[in-house]
Design a protein around this ligand. Structure first.
Ligand code: HEC
Ligand code: HEC
Ligand code: HEC
Ligand code: HEC
Length: 157
């Protein structure tokens, strides 16, 4: 077999490739999680791990069951479509045990500005104000009731 007479360098090169492939497979074996591929191109155990995380949001139906007075005030006002926890934050722990865990008091200067601070990037028909100039330093809920914010003659409604 003269063909392979001077082919030593080719075998050495092939050996380098084979060694490289083996090292790759060994490292891959260590790095790829066991459940990868069971359900598709991702780590199947991630589903169970995410499901096991503690629940933080209770959902507005839960709040409305105990705070029917707030729902009554809110449901016909301009904030009807804004969920309780969009303002009060995640309250699953409070909903589970209302007397042990109380929601923090909200600072309207921060809360209301988060949605209503005037900004050219917001849709033009979304109600927005220059909060510093508009509120003249007063908390927003001096004039607006947070659960039904439109002001009618004689005070907040
Ligand atoms: C099982 C009944 C129950 C559920 C469900 C519930 N609450 Fe309450 N909540 C209460 C009670 C009772 C109080 C009064 C606690 C106190 O003053 O000791 C309260 C108080 C509050 C307060 C006022 C705290 C303060 O400073 O006085 C807020 C705000 C509040 N709840 C928001 C929520 C939100 C938002 C939800 C839904 C995620 C919710 N609650 C779900 C029973 C409930
Ligand atoms: C637009 C923001 C916003 C939304 C939406 C909202 N709240 Fe409030 N809520 C406030 C603010 C601001 C206060 C007054 C400051 C405080 O108590 O933290 C307040 C006060 C409260 C209080 C205590 C005083 C009171 O008025 O009874 C309760 C209870 C409450 N909210 C429950 C709820 C529930 C239940 C929902 C959903 C049905 C809800 N809130 C939706 C902003 C909001
Ligand atoms: C999570 C976002 C959010 C927060 C926080 C929020 N709002 Fe609103 N607000 C809305 C949305 C959405 C509307 C309804 C807009 C519409 O009808 O197009 C609205 C409507 C209003 C309106 C009625 C404007 C009009 O003339 O139609 C007023 C006033 C208002 N909010 C004041 C407040 C005040 C005061 C606070 C703080 C207590 C607050 N908002 C917090 C989202 C928010
Ligand atoms: C001194 C009373 C007062 C205070 C404090 C106040 N507002 Fe108002 N606000 C008004 C009045 C009056 C109107 C016009 C009537 C209405 O639309 O409800 C208004 C209107 C609005 C509107 C509707 C604007 C529009 O283009 O339709 C928004 C949003 C608003 N206020 C948000 C806030 C926020 C956020 C704060 C706190 C930073 C605040 N307001 C503090 C009195 C007040």
């Amino acid at each position: 077999m003269n063909v392979f007479k001077d082919a030593g360098h080719l075998f050495r090169l092939a050996a380098v490739f084979v060694a490289g492939l083996l090292i790759f497979l060994v490292i891959r074996g260590f790095l790829v999680p066991k459940s990868f591929g069971q359900l598709g191109h991702y780590r199947a155990n991630a589903v169970a791990e995410i499901a096991a995380r503690p629940i933080k949001f209770a959902g507005h139906e839960s709040c409305e069951g105990c705070h029917a007075d707030v729902l009554d005030k809110k449901k016909n006002g301009k904030h009807a479509g804004v969920n309780c926890e969009a303002c009060h934050g995640p309250q699953a722990q409070h909903a589970d045990d209302p007397t042990a865990v109380k929601p923090d008091k909200l600072d309207t200067a921060v809360l209301c500005a988060r949605c209503h601070e005037a900004n050219a990037a917001k849709p033009r028909n979304f109600p927005q104000v220059d909060t510093a100039e508009h509120s003249r330093g007063l908390p927003c809920d001096t004039c607006h009731h947070p659960h039904s914010p439109v002001i009618v003659a004689g005070g907040a409604k």
